[in-house]
Design a protein around this ligand. Structure first.
Ligand code: CDP
Length: 248
């Protein structure tokens, strides 16, 4: 997020470098239940982002000193594959992945009924296969579908989308160039049934009015993404019913 580039990110007609208008998100694609060996899983594409999420649990939490006697803990690991970005990413955790893992787990704690599973751990793995800005939002979107696919009781599923600012215009769902050279990036996640915001971060600067506009744009996109998440889970459920009927 430098805010300085010779590149024109939004032209005089309000068209962005990938052809979108300022209030257009990238294409969404979600598939639930893509991994056989995890309890729940999901694959998400948002534009050029490609993300896999896998869930294990609830299972007994180890080491035992991490157990909470009143509820399950959610342990999240966000990881970018070395080949997910153009400059090879050094393998292993870094400050950024630790931060994203933490904010993802905290957002999910708002919807997962952790009180049903004292002393347990629910483990969420997010693997970024290809990154193009907005991976924390795509990862959280995938993780909540994977949790639902694992049959873990939840109040709702969480969609997440960013909005931001580049070339002095408020934009929905920034791509990598807009994220790197734009003026602000605001990732947001919501609980759609209540419109409660469970993740709100901001990198860069915006006026209060611009921030209000960014939040409202991102929340609109989250509701669209929510429909795509629900469709993925319905397709997964229908497939399971067919599998059970064929086995009988
Ligand atoms: O991905 P997200 O927008 O949630 O997080 P970010 O820290 O704002 O990163 C923006 C983008 O920068 C990522 O999606 C990647 O495309 C890129 N990036 C990279 O190329 N190398 C890294 N080590 C980290 C991020």
């Amino acid at each position: 997020m430098s805010g300085h580039t010779d590149m024109i990110l939004v032209d005089e007609n309000g068209i962005r470098i990938d052809g979108r208008t300022v209030d257009q998100h990238r294409p969404f694609k979600i598939e639930a239940g893509v991994l056989n060996n995890a309890d729940g899983s999901a694959y998400v594409e948002i534009g050029k982002n490609k993300i896999l999420a896998a869930v294990y649990g609830p299972r007994e939490c180890h080491p035992k000193h991490m157990q909470n006697p009143t509820k399950a803990i959610i342990q999240c690991k966000y990881n970018m594959q070395t080949f997910s970005v153009s400059d090879r990413k050094k393998p292993g955790p870094d400050r950024r992945s630790i931060e994203i893992s933490k904010i993802t787990a905290e957002a999910l704690e708002n919807v997962v009924l952790t009180e049903l599973y004292p002393r347990a751990s629910i483990d969420v793995y997010i693997e970024v296969l290809q990154a193009n800005a907005g991976t924390r939002c795509a990862g959280l979107t995938a993780a909540s579908v994977a949790l639902a696919d694992a049959g873990i009781p939840m109040r709702d599923i969480i969609p997440a989308c960013a909005a931001g600012k580049a070339d002095n215009k408020v934009l929905l769902d920034l791509n990598k160039e807009e994220d790197n050279f734009g003026q602000a990036d605001v990732p947001i996640a919501i609980v759609p049934s209540t419109d409660e915001i469970v993740l709100l971060q901001m990198d860069g600067n915006m006026t209060r009015d611009e921030l209000d506009k960014a939040i409202s744009m991102a929340m609109g996109a989250c509701h669209e993404l929510y429909d795509v998440q629900k469709d993925a889970l319905k397709r997964r459920y229908a497939k399971r019913v067919v599998e059970v009927e064929t086995d009988e």
